[in-house]
Design a binder for this molecule. Structure first.
Ligand SMILES: Nc1ncnc2c1ncn2[C@@H]1O[C@H](COP(=O)(O)OP(=O)(O)OP(=O)(O)O)[C@@H](O)[C@H]1O
Ligand SMILES: [Mg+2]
Length: 138
């Protein structure tokens, strides 16, 4: 079992802060010599998860906790916000044909994250939302 490397971040809601998380993951991946395509997919997952979390984080101090645990076998991504939570089962899966004529073109983040993950879990409640993702590298 390869030794994992972890990075823990607590992001305030300031413009472009999701780039810090993405770059952090990139540095770990570079250190471990991980395959560029898998890392690119993981960065996309992080961008979607962190932007959702930043958008919905709440309270006096909106903040988002991000944790990466990386080995040469897998990337684990943990993103937690302190927002009001939501019911994932109540979110409709987007469809391209429907979205073409819909007033809002948004609603792709969860679908993108799921499709690029090997394991995707959401825990959400009144205290906030946690997303836990596992992406295998082989
Ligand atoms: N961390 C979160 N806290 C609360 N609600 C969330 C969170 N993440 C997602 N949601 C809810 O799930 C819906 C779908 O999220 P998703 O990322 O798929 O789409 P979006 O953020 O609305 O649009 P896009 O990601 O395409 O810009 C959101 O509109 C929101 O209602
Ligand atoms: Mg989104």
């Amino acid at each position: 079992m390869p030794e994992p490397i972890a990075l823990h971040l607590l992001l305030p809601r300031v413009p472009d802060i999701e780039l810090v998380a993405i770059e952090g993951l990139e540095k770990l991946a570079h250190h471990l010599g991980l395959a560029a395509q898998k890392v690119g997919e993981a960065k996309l997952i992080v961008a979607e998860a962190v932007t959702n979390a930043l958008e919905h984080a709440g309270g006096d101090r909106p903040s988002v906790r991000v944790e990466f645990t990386v080995t040469t076998d897998e990337i684990c991504i943990f993103v937690q916000d302190n927002g009001n939570g939501f019911d994932p089962a109540g979110v409709q899966d987007p469809e391209l044909t429907g979205k073409l004529h819909a007033p809002s073109k948004r609603g792709w983040g969860l679908k993108i994250m799921k499709s690029l993950s090997d394991d995707f879990r959401i825990e959400s409640g009144a205290q906030g939302t946690t997303i836990i993702i596992r992406k295998l590298l082989s």
